[in-house]
Ligand binder design. Structure first.
Ligand code: NAD
Length: 400
């Protein structure tokens, strides 16, 4: 099968297995270039392990510290003439590379919100690893099935006032107006239930009840604050409210984590193109401006640079943690540097179809979006036939 990108709105409905594998190899090469350390986590659980930040966290832990990892994710294999999801291909490539290098890597595919997947993961940890030293919660989900079977959905909406903004059409590079009515109270609380901290707490509770948190265990959850220009839709919107709930959950987790002499942290990461981020209205313009400013300043990073630097300089670094007033670890200091945010603010209202390629790095944004699906990855022949069916050995208890 010859696989080309098929883009609809902010979604790409195809993925390229070889391009995805190459992308993973590039990430591994970055981690290896930073050296292998033996003073970090040995056994790591990543929840949401197949996408942007979760996959990068898993790669950094494996190839930076030689850690054994269990990855939990919700991905789709190839069926009939449909390609698998990018996270499926990337996990397959990661697992092959980890095994080839002699590292333990097991995968659980299914709904991380469910008790079934939590139990299956706990069984696997108990059987193979004994305990875990690090639990990375990096889920980004559009919906959550609650224990009573009902489903709540997250909404990406402003709160209190309508949002008027612009977004870039991937296919045509046209600017389109976006207007959104404020979220209802129910939409706000549903978004908090999906993307807030409740499920993180349930995971830690499940692991703790089975005695699976090792002495000194650390758990992290990623958040985003971003620039003032995106606050109306992000920080002050429904998703921002969910992120606020992570801060609450983090404080609530202090006690169970202290029970094993461990800690819970919310970590503020940089804005990047991932599956989750590309769904946020208006983010394409902000990230295109941001990439332009950060690349010119030589400070641009992708997910793998962020997670590797996070481990090496913060979580397993030698110095003090870079904590803010809320106790969060900050990895977004380069994004929020004055000169970078000044460039964004100065040009925010002037972006047009005519100056998209000069004022912004839309080309870089577009490339990152395509690369996320395994397209536009250097060294891949996109005119060649490729086998879309790629197997992943899944641990028992996986739903798919
Ligand atoms: P992503 O879409 O790339 O990855 C999401 C992961 O969650 C995937 O592994 C997916 O399989 C998994 N997942 C989704 N629903 C699931 C379910 N029901 N069960 C099991 N797994 C499921 O997302 P991302 O951008 O890497 O986001 C991860 C975290 O990082 C989120 O909390 C996000 O808010 C945060 N973050 C993202 C950015 C950014 O710019 N992308 C910046 C800062 C923080």
């Amino acid at each position: 099968m010859i696989i080309k990108p098929r883009i609809k709105g902010f979604l790409c409905t195809t993925a390229h297995p070889e391009g995805c594998a190459r992308d993973v190899q590039n990430q591994i090469a970055h981690v290896r270039s930073q050296g292998l350390r033996d003073d970090g986590p040995r056994r790591v659980l990543v929840i949401g392990a197949s996408g942007g930040y979760g996959l990068a966290s898993r790669i950094s832990a494996t190839f930076g510290f030689g850690a054994s990892t269990i990855g939990v994710f919700f991905e789709r294999p190839s069926v009939k003439n449909r390609t698998a999801s990018p996270g499926w291909y990337k996990t397959a490539a990661f697992t092959r590379a980890a095994h080839d290098a002699g590292f333990y890597a097991e995968n659980i595919n299914g709904d991380a919100f469910s008790k079934q997947i939590k139990d299956a993961t706990c069984d696997l940890i108990e059987r193979d690893l004994g305990q875990v030293d690090l639990v990375v919660y990096s889920l980004a989900a559009p919906a959550r099935q609650l224990p009573d079977g009902s489903v709540v959905r997250s909404a990406l909406k402003p709160i209190g006032e309508p949002f008027e903004g612009k977004t870039i059409d991937f296919n045509t590079a046209e600017l389109r107006p976006v207007s959104l009515e404020p979220a209802s109270d129910e939409e706000v609380s549903d978004t908090v239930r999906v993307m807030g901290g409740e499920d993180w707490e349930l995971w830690i509770e499940a692991l703790s009840a089975r005695g699976l948190l090792a002495p000194g265990c650390v758990t992290t959850n990623y958040t985003y604050l971003g620039s003032r220009v995106t606050w109306p839709i992000y920080h002050h919107g429904t998703i921002g409210r969910a992120k606020e709930d992570l801060d609450r959950a983090c404080k609530a987790l202090a006690a169970p984590m202290a029970g094993v002499d461990g800690k819970a942290y919310v970590v503020v990461m940089k804005g990047l193109v991932t599956q989750a981020a590309s769904a946020i209205p208006g983010m394409s313009i902000y990230l295109s401006l941001l990439f332009k400013a950060m690349k010119e300043a030589g400070t641009h990073e992708g997910c793998i640079e962020q997670t590797t630097r996070f481990y090496n300089t913060q979580l397993y670094g030698k110095g003090d943690l870079r904590l803010d007033d809320g106790g969060r670890i900050r990895m977004d200091e380069l994004e929020l540097a004055d000169e970078i945010q000044q460039y964004v603010a100065d040009n925010w209202s002037s972006v047009s179809e005519e100056n998209l390629d000069t004022l912004t790095d839309f080309a870089g944004y577009r490339k990152a979006f395509l690369e996320m699906h395994g397209f536009d990855v250097e060294g891949t022949d996109y005119d060649a036939e490729v086998e879309p069916v790629v197997e992943i050995e899944l641990a028992s208890g996986s739903a798919g």
